[in-house]
Ligand binder design. Sequence first.
Ligand code: ATP
Ligand code: MG
Length: 423
Amino acid sequence: MSSKPRAIRGMNDILPEVSSTWRYLETEVQAIVESYGYREIRLPLLEYTELFKRSIGEVTDIVEKEMYTFLDRNGESLTLRPEATAGMVRAGMTNGLFHNQKQKLWTTGPMFRYEKPQKGRYRQFYQFDVEAVGYEGPDVDAELIIMSARMWQRLGISQLTLEINSLGIPESRARYREALVEYFSGVKNRLDEDSIRRLEQNPLRILDSKNPEMADIVAAAPVMLDYLDEASAQHFDGLKRLLDAAGVAYKINPRLVRGLDYYSRTVFEWVTDALGSQGAVCSGGRYDGLVEKLGGRSTVAVGWAMGIERLVALYEVCGGKAPARDADVYIAALGEGTGEQAVALAEELRDQIDAIRVELNLGGGSFKSQMKRADKSNAAFALILGEQELADGTIGIKPLRSGDDQTSVALDDLVATVTEKLS
Ligand code: ATP
Ligand code: MG
């Protein structure tokens, strides 16, 4: 007895019923970011493990417990990308894209994290990612946020709140870190295991804790905004003014630190209550130190990443429905010699009518079963070819969405007739 192959937990097949919605949303999002001058870059799914350790940070959920890491046949440690920014920065450095140049880039594709699979949280999930490298901001920070607000508006998505915060620069964060260590040390007996470990290595991460028992302790902790350096404070004010001017509402969330080490100054997140506990739909921030940390010249940068599964779910919650991609015409053929003619007609229609979706009956069948399939295809009408039509040089046209009678048209007039019917 053989058993059926199993799918890996948390890695989903995106079936045709939903892939049309995915494609629609991805196409709309791409069109919007391209309208702001962002260009596509395609990146490998694998990078050296070291890249993620150095950029995301050793003491983060991702690096500590979520990465898919393995040795390749050469004995080198590789990791399936858990996010796109590190690879994007690596690619920019590899190809000299940041050398005296600014770059506005987008990419999309699967990311991999070994998380506990649940609604809205998967082990292979998809992100749409944009990054602007070489721009000081805060104008570009604002533009990136305004661009995301435009997406929600275009897609009819409401129920999202924008939260923003500033993490300052390394010097101001070091002062804040001290304040946090002092505070959390004072309540050490109430910290969970993860947080105690982080207290030494990375106390900011405690603020990112998802443990509900930590919520009260985190809520009473000192806030970064009280420790901001002057330039970062001005940067943050500038961002707020630009968002105000653009009419993009936001909430300042002083606990927002984001789960990766590389952020500085602006961080933000679009969150929703509509998807249960997986509420972060689009998250981003500025990472001015990352390129230098990876051994490049000091280069400022900012970007965001959106989870596509969560976008799709929210779009549906908000009543969104992607335009149908059903067949336009179904061609049925019955009788000696009609099969060859039907293939030729289908090709002719595809040649002559731009973007037409022609579904040709495959595998024969009775007239009745062919009409059943025609109906299921959701086409507007069926073209019917029998021996009589073949002899007469005509073809039958049967409306499928109305009770109208079948008519007939000369083959020479078919393209014109179909064009007219579809317009
Ligand atoms: P969360 O707080 O939900 O764990 P995160 O802070 O880890 O999210 P980021 O690393 O900022 O998420 O990734 C950007 C976006 O990718 C998130 O806002 C979310 O929409 C999506 N995302 C992150 N992890 C997952 C996952 N495991 N499954 C599906 N989507 C995800
Ligand atoms: Mg996470």
